[in-house]
Design a protein around this ligand. Structure first.
Ligand code: PMP
Length: 360
């Protein structure tokens, strides 16, 4: 068996330990004679799985009791519609546009009410996070929406934006559990799990209780109404059982690593290896302003499309997979999520040095 170093932006590398455990439990989960994929979502076995997953996530993120944790499906994109449907009581919301995922959420919200762009970094191809210290918040806005870590462009908010008392909604798909956050700063935190946590399709939403009501936009589908899932403890219909089981295993793995403070330290040290190399390289350049760099997604370029393509090809041959940048921006991107070992980044940097030497 050969495992490659997988720098994919998502679905992405998962802890090997988790995959091995899941493999061992595939045919017979804890002596019940069947796989988690085959068992009833109403069984005691599965109740234990989902309840433990929720308890572990609550512990890891220090989620206060007045927040609900919902295990949903339809990917992060399903929440682009669910958020306005559940929160747009005044039919108005403010958006900070820091990349394509924020833009998609904005476009979807525009279908349901007045969506305002109150800040954007599109003028410089989303290579920075706009100043959010004195935002022009709309008086009637029901909430302010941000994408906390921008998977494609490699930027991350370093400070929580000042929303002047308005509810803050954050898509944390690509940075969740990579470092601690203060949940109380947010009304809603949600994440597609396929980067730092588990198999694509599952989306987890952490929502302040008072925001989960029957007062949703007319026509809101039952499945997109948060209250449906909150009332049924995420078991209104058949949830993505196997995905939730893997998420639970990753939560346990994170606890074993020492929790989110330990992950932050590990991620900072790991990202520094790559950023330090980029900062001194004659050939490779990081594309993001230093202050706003993501610890998870690191885009870089040589400045020459042919050289970029050569690098991606040779890196693949050497066992470094998925380094090609997003199809809309080109260049390269190394996604170095929680489960990417430091050794993977060290080896990548070694390879980049050699490539630079050979292609001077
Ligand atoms: N938000 C962010 C930050 C993402 O990176 C992605 C996917 N790459 C999405 C939302 C969309 O997720 P999904 O494909 O699960 O709908």
């Amino acid at each position: 068996m050969t495992r490659v170093y997988n720098f994919s932006a998502g679905p992405a590398v998962l802890p090997e330990e988790v995959l091995k455990e899941a493999a061992e439990e595939m045919l017979d989960y804890k002596g019940c004679g069947m796989s988690v994929m085959e068992m009833s979502h109403r069984s005691k076995m599965f109740s234990d799985i989902i309840e433990t997953a929720e308890a572990d996530l609550r512990e890891l993120m220090n989620i206060p009791d007045n927040y609900k944790v919902l295990f949903l499906q339809g990917g992060a994109s399903s929440q682009f519609s669910a958020i306005p449907m559940n929160l747009m009581r005044n039919k108005e919301a403010d958006f900070i546009i820091t990349g394509q995922w924020a833009k998609k959420a904005y476009q979807e919200a525009s279908r349901y009410g007045k969506a305002n762009i109150i800040a954007s970094s599109e003028d410089k191809t989303f290579t920075y996070i706009p100043d959010c210290s004195d935002l022009n918040i709309s008086e009637n806005a029901d909430y302010v929406y941000v994408c906390y870590n921008n998977t494609i462009y490699g930027t991350k908010y370093q400070q929580v934006p000042d929303t002047k008392g308005k509810i803050l909604v954050a898509d944390m798909s690509s940075c969740i559990l990579s470092e601690p956050v203060n949940v109380e700063d947010f009304g809603v935190i949600y994440f597609g799990v396929q980067k730092n946590v588990g198999p694509a399709g599952v989306v987890v939403a952490v929502i302040r209780e008072d925001l989960i009501t029957d007062d949703v936009l007319p026509g809101t589908p039952t499945m997109l109404k948060w209250k449906t899932h909150a009332d049924a403890k995420s078991l209104y219909n058949t949830p993505p059982c196997y995905g939730i089981y893997i998420c639970g295993k990753v939560f346990q793995w994170l606890k074993k690593q020492g929790g989110l403070e330990a992950m932050k330290k590990h991620n900072e040290e790991k990202a520094k290896i790559l950023y330090d190399f980029l900062d001194q390289s004659e050939m490779f350049k990081g594309t993001v302003v230093k202050e706003d760099r993501s610890l998870m997604n690191v885009p870089f370029v040589t400045g020459n499309d042919e050289m970029d393509a050569k690098f991606v090809k040779e890196a693949k041959e050497a066992g470094f997979e998925n380094l090609k940048g997003h199809r809309t921006v080109g260049g390269m991107r190394a996604s170095i999520y929680n489960a990417m070992p430091t050794e993977g980044v060290e080896k990548l940097v070694e390879f980049m040095k050699k490539f630079e030497e050979e292609n001077k």
